[in-house]
Design a protein around this ligand. Structure first.
Ligand SMILES: NC(=O)c1ccc[n+]([C@@H]2O[C@H](COP(=O)([O-])OP(=O)(O)OC[C@H]3O[C@@H](n4cnc5c(N)ncnc54)[C@H](OP(=O)(O)O)[C@@H]3O)[C@@H](O)[C@H]2O)c1
Length: 299
């Protein structure tokens, strides 16, 4: 092995080990902060958007929150699936679960959501829903109507939800908001550029809000998952080492609430972000991201 290869190997091993230790440390943290338990800080009710699909991250959040005895308001556009998930949660965890079948791309969606949450003390908002076309076309090949729909669902609705329930949490003196962004927010992501831009919006909104609410006892956290097993075999073109399961992603995010402003889940995503931020130029990282997407999409 050449000297330069050895250096890379040692540096890579050290970074992997450090990331693993950090990841392990985030796994169990029963007391949130100021002596308050998870339920006291983030209960008794949580809203989870985009919670209908059985394999999705939203339902993963709903399961783990129900496991901590938090009652749920589940929101999604898919009515039948949402009710099926709700019934399973009621029967498995004995929590109360309300459903709101809503198109979050509608500008006045609060008129449908607020009657469902009326009178409930919402301690946690998990903004997790998203819309992106399955074929993820390049920016100029996607029609403008779809761009605007994505902005409405992925940016406008996030702002509306955070603004509405954030104000309620500040008034009630406790709470948390978890925005599910993406690794695609961390740098331009060619071939899914509109999604990447929406995710960057969510990330900047959440990070700024974290600072603004630091002293209001409302914890804000941005989660940036990498590739996660939620899409059947749609992500099969990507290296398997990059894939994470839903449960550890959700567990690490919930463990970070009240302690961190940003969770990059799993050791591989952490290493990739470290490499992109510290071992490459921003332009180099952008090109690597585009090449990976082209490979994954078979372009
Ligand atoms: N899976 C990954 O590899 C990955 C990686 C990074 C970040 N993320 C993020 O993780 C979050 C969850 O993603 P997921 O992979 O678990 O996907 P998912 O199960 O498809 O979750 C998104 C949910 O939002 C719903 N939705 C779409 N448009 C809506 C609208 N207008 N109103 C209400 N609900 C709507 C979807 O319904 P339809 O199925 O009808 O569209 C779906 O049930 C997303 O924010 C995503 O960007 C995922």
């Amino acid at each position: 092995m050449s000297t330069s290869n050895k250096t890379w190997f040692i540096a890579g091993t050290a970074v992997s080990a450090a990331a693993l230790v950090l990841w392990q440390q985030t796994k169990t943290k029963p007391v949130v902060r100021n002596g308050r338990t998870f339920g006291q800080q983030y209960g008794p009710w949580a809203i989870v958007t985009g919670a209908a699909r059985e394999e999705g991250l939203g339902y993963g959040f709903a399961r783990q929150l129900a496991g901590q005895h938090i009652n749920l308001v589940l929101v999604d556009i898919l009515g039948d699936e949402l009710e099926a998930r709700a019934e399973t949660l009621r029967q498995t965890y004995y929590v109360k679960v309300k459903t709101a079948v809503i198109d979050l791309g509608q500008r006045d969606f609060l008129t449908q959501l607020l009657p469902v949450t009326a009178g409930l003390e919402i301690g946690l908002l998990v903004c997790n829903h998203m819309f992106t076309p399955k074929d993820t076309p390049p920016i100029l090949q996607m029609d403008l109507e779809t761009h605007h729909a994505m902005i409405d669902i992925n940016a406008r609705a996030y702002t509306t939800l955070v603004h509405t329930f954030g104000r309620q949490m500040v008034a009630q003196g406790h709470g948390g908001m978890l925005l599910v962004s993406s690794q695609a927010a961390l740098r331009g992501t060619p071939y899914t550029g509109a999604y990447s831009a929406n995710k960057a919006f969510q990330m900047m909104l959440g990070e700024s809000l974290w600072y603004e609410l630091r002293h209001a006892n409302v914890d804000v956290l941005v989660l940036t998952p990498g590739l996660t097993h939620t899409q059947g075999n749609d992500l099969d073109g990507y290296p398997p080492i990059m894939m994470m399961e839903v449960e550890p992603v959700v567990r690490e995010a919930l463990a970070g609430l009240g302690h961190k402003h940003l969770v990059i889940p799993g050791p591989v995503n952490k290493i990739m972000q470290f490499a992109a931020a510290h071992l490459m130029t921003r332009r180099g990282a952008l090109i690597a991201s585009g090449d990976l997407m082209a490979h994954g999409l078979g372009k």
